[in-house]
Design a protein around this ligand. Structure first.
Ligand code: NIG
Ligand code: FE
Length: 409
């Protein structure tokens, strides 16, 4: 069927043009219609309105009508930060953490990202692809309609290329848009342990020219953190990436105040992500920039990190974004609804703020705002249909439930 009308929608959420990020206090507002309809043709929304003004249907050819009967509709979520290509889980490290070892201690003993790097080496490209595809399908079923996926467990070029090829293949075959990030500097391989600058030189002279030649990445990312990469090293890598046509992003202020936010603002990064240790001065810098602050509640919860100062950020007028950070070490979940629940319950975000952060603001981060993130004529029809009698509040409140009846796309 090339045309569809959803009618008798209990509440239709996110009816706004949504071509700009929503900032600060404005994030508390989600325009919605009660008892509504929405119409789409060839996968694009053409119109919506109230049932009291339900249009006369003149052309019934190729038309499917869905009677929503007490069910609500919302635009599907956009996940702007994932590492969903990995070879194995790290459940043993989870057991170690439950016994009291910290994420950093485990990493210092050769676990953590280096552990995932070993797993990648031992895994064939086909196995890696099959596992990642299954995870991606699970994300789509949980309401994600566009996603970013990073490399970064390869560490050296041949293994990075293996990961990037897997992500590219997912992109070619996936039903949803995928943005690709070359995570150039994620951890220091064993053989470079005493020569981090040597490894940075390797990234700049070997990996970045190759990724530029391949041409399949959209973004370049770095982990700016004590024990990983300094702001100066990150700056060198990002500059080289920018010259190769990639847009910069930074893992910033996750485990300590590391200077990644200030660097991100200076380099006009697309986003700075994590921000648990973001300072007042960082917030001030972000408020005067176009850099999108991305909050990753799954990682903060799973590693029991302090909450990022989300209320201060909102008071300063920032356009917050939520993402899953789906990865085997710090956030083994790619469910955006869980991230919204964690943002509300553990970080003090309001339900409407979490919704805007996972839809419009997320779409703006990935430059998909013309197609995704709200219900508006011209945008793609990729919608979440709830079970009967569910609304946005109940979706967050019943924190372990599955409120999704159907994904319509
Ligand atoms: O975003 N912070 C760095 N990278 C990932 C974790 C990677 C891992 O532990 O495998 C993150 O949390
Ligand atoms: Fe990450």
């Amino acid at each position: 069927m090339s045309k569809i009308i959803l009618k008798n929608i209990a509440t239709l959420y996110g009816v706004q043009q949504g071509h700009q990020p929503i900032r600060g206090n404005e994030m508390q507002d989600v325009p919605a219609l009660q008892n509504a309809w929405v119409r789409a043709e060839h996968g694009f929304i053409t119109d919506f309105g109230l049932m009291s003004q339900f249009p006369q249907i003149e052309d019934w050819t190729q038309l499917k009508i869905v009677d929503c009967e007490h069910r609500s509709v919302l635009p599907a979520f956009i996940d702007v930060h994932t590492h969903l290509v990995f070879a194995q889980n790290r459940s043993q490290e989870f057991r170690d953490r439950l016994k009291g070892r910290s994420y950093q201690e485990i990493a210092a003993r050769g676990g953590g990202i280096l552990n995932s790097a070993n797993h990648i080496k031992q895994c064939s490209e086909d196995e890696l692809y099959a596992a990642a595809k299954e995870r991606l399908q699970d994300c789509i079923a949980s309401g994600t309609c566009a996603i970013e996926i990073k490399s970064g467990y390869g560490l050296e070029w041949p293994e990075e290329l293996k990961m990037l090829r897997v992500i590219y293949k997912l992109k070619l075959e996936s039903a949803i848009p995928i943005k690709i990030t070359f995570l150039a500097a994620h951890a220091i391989p064993k053989k470079w342990q005493t020569d981090t600058d040597g490894y940075v030189n390797y990234i700049i002279t070997e990996s970045i020219p190759q990724i530029a030649a391949q041409g399949f990445a959209d973004y370049i990312d770095v982990f700016c953190e004590k024990g990983y990469f300094t702001p100066a090293q990150c700056a060198r890598i990002l500059e080289c990436g920018i010259n190769a046509g990639l847009k910069p992003r930074i893992h910033a202020e996750q485990l300590s105040h590391s200077g990644g936010t200030a660097l991100g603002v200076k380099m006009h990064a697309v986003s700075v992500d994590h921000l648990e240790y973001c300072s007042d001065a960082d917030i001030e810098l972000l408020a005067h920039s176009k850099v999108m602050p991305v909050i990753l509640p799954g990682a903060a919860f799973f590693l029991q990190l302090p909450s990022p100062p989300v209320r201060k950020m909102l008071q300063a007028g920032l356009p917050l974004v939520l993402a899953s950070d789906y990865n085997p070490g710090s956030s083994p979940s790619g469910h955006m609804l869980e991230m919204m629940r964690l943002a509300c319950i553990t970080m003090g975000m309001q339900i409407e703020e979490a919704f805007n952060a996972s839809t419009i603001n997320a779409a703006c981060t990935l430059n998909l705002q013309n197609q995704y993130g709200s219900i508006w004529p011209g945008k793609r029809m990729h919608l979440i249909l709830t079970k009967p009698h569910w609304d946005l509040t109940r979706m967050i409140y019943e924190f372990s439930s599955n409120p999704i009846d159907e994904i319509i796309c």
